[in-house]
Design a protein around this ligand. Structure first.
Ligand code: PLP
Length: 420
């Protein structure tokens, strides 16, 4: 049998850190990552045959759970017809129509291959459309790894305790302004776009304060800046129309990823028609991609979206509610200070008593080190949380009451163990 240790050692010899995305290396929780052999609904099984209830779910990409039969069938059928052409295909139009129909105010969309590409391209579009330079982002919000956005990011950028990455020139971030989350920043006439995670999910889970998103809308309107919601996590997860519908605030631009690819590499950015028509080939803002609108990815994405009706969101909300309530009482009952924020299907986990409302307060919780110990104790009990304190939990539609109850039992034991 191949072991996790063996694969990690071999991986480290040929892949930097043994992983293709930093958080997977377990740097902030310690130990050897489990190498997944297969996923089945709410579970993953590692190469040593160990089974975990999985709350990573590809950081939110797998909303139906792993290897959903309809998605598997759609991808297999698509693959049999050819996986990429360099010419348009019908499913690209169908997926774009689905996205535009669901998100209030979004009139056109372009498909790309990752969330990073979506935000990066939308920033270029915003600058091209407004003729302005400055972008405003919020500390602890993560928008992918494009140079201009790699400032005060959350997720594993936060774990590595770097607010900037090496290799990013000062010029690349010179026009990026960082503001604290949940405060409407002062804007001026140089601002092209304000980009925000409408629910912050890369510094743990931090809901928007009442009036924050509307405040951003009003502030952008006052100076003629565009507002972009980065819905790579929240899109098609918070509900049929994502954050726009839930909070009743429409931005000018949206970025999507994860859910809309059904587990294959997809991103999308969209907006009002007059802004989107600034893109090549109609307008002067260049953007392109060999694999954009890929036939396999669009097949998977369409299949997932068709499963996501109002009833599915209600079920997902119920699963997340059971999980959040269960974790709160299991961990609190063991005598640990814990906060389990929840926005619909998204669940967070902060240790410590001080309320978390922004990156500064999220860091206070992360730096207690309790998450690391809790993560390990949960993994020992067959529950896979994200290997870092700045991530959210992603219950899927495949999680049963039994999965959640097992998780809660494990959490009570884990919390008791680490409270000792
Ligand atoms: N935006 C948000 C809010 C994200 O959470 C992520 C990834 O986690 C991205 C953008 C980048 O997406 P990708 O990893 O697909 O490039």
């Amino acid at each position: 049998m191949t072991t996790n240790d063996e694969l990690f050692a071999r991986g480290q010899a040929v892949i930097p850190g043994g992983v293709n995305s930093p958080v997977r290396a377990f740097g902030s929780v310690g130990g050897t990552p489990y190498f997944v052999a297969r996923g089945e609904g709410a579970h993953v099984v590692d190469v040593e045959g160990r089974r975990y209830v999985d709350y990573v779910q590809s950081y939110g990409a797998s909303i139906l759970g792993h290897a959903h039969p309809a998605v598997v069938a759609a991808v297999q059928a698509a693959a049999a017809e050819g996986s990429t052409f360099g010419a348009p295909t019908e499913r690209e139009v169908l997926l774009a129509e689905e996205l535009v129909a669901r998100v209030p105010g979004m009139e056109m969309v372009r498909l790309v291959s990752s969330g990073t590409e979506a935000t990066m391209s939308a920033i270029r579009l915003a600058r091209g459309a407004t003729g302005r330079r400055t972008i405003v982002k919020f500390a602890g919000n993560y928008h992918g790894h494009a140079d201009a956005l790699l400032v005060a990011g959350g997720s594993s950028v936060a774990e590595q305790a770097t607010s900037d990455s090496a290799g990013v020139t000062s010029g690349a971030v010179a026009d990026t302004v960082v503001a604290p989350y949940n405060e409407v920043p002062p804007l001026d006439e140089d601002v092209a776009v304000v980009i925000v995670e409408p629910v912050a999910a890369n510094m743990g889970l931090v809901p928007p304060a009442d009036g924050f998103l509307q405040g951003l809308r009003d502030a952008c309107d006052a100076v003629g800046a565009l507002l972009m919601f980065d819905e790579v996590i929240t899109g098609f997860r918070l509900g049929v129309g994502g954050a726009t519908e839930r909070f009743g605030v429409a931005p000018d631009l949206w970025a999507f990823g994860k859910v809309i690819g059904g587990g294959l590499p997809v991103g999308a950015f969209g907006g009002r028609r007059d802004v989107m028509e600034r893109l090549a080939p109609l307008g002067p803002v260049y953007q392109a991609g060999t694999l954009s609108g890929n036939p396999l990815a669009t097949a998977a994405g369409l299949t997932v979206l068709r499963e996501l009706d109002a009833d599915a969101y209600e079920r997902l909300d119920g699963i997340a509610g059971r999980l959040a309530d269960g974790l709160t009482s299991a961990i609190g009952g063991a005598g640990l200070d814990v906060q389990v924020p929840r926005v619909g299907p998204l669940v967070g986990l902060f240790f410590g008593a001080d309320p978390v409302t922004d990156f500064v307060t999220a860091k206070v919780s992360a730096e207690t080190g309790t998450y690391r110990r809790f993560f390990r104790a949960m993994l020992d009990r067959g529950v896979a949380l994200a290997p870092g304190p700045y991530e959210a939990l992603f219950p899927s539609l495949a999680h049963t009451d039994e999965d959640v109850d097992r998780t809660v039992t494990a959490a009570a034991e884990a919390a008791t163990e680490i409270a000792r």
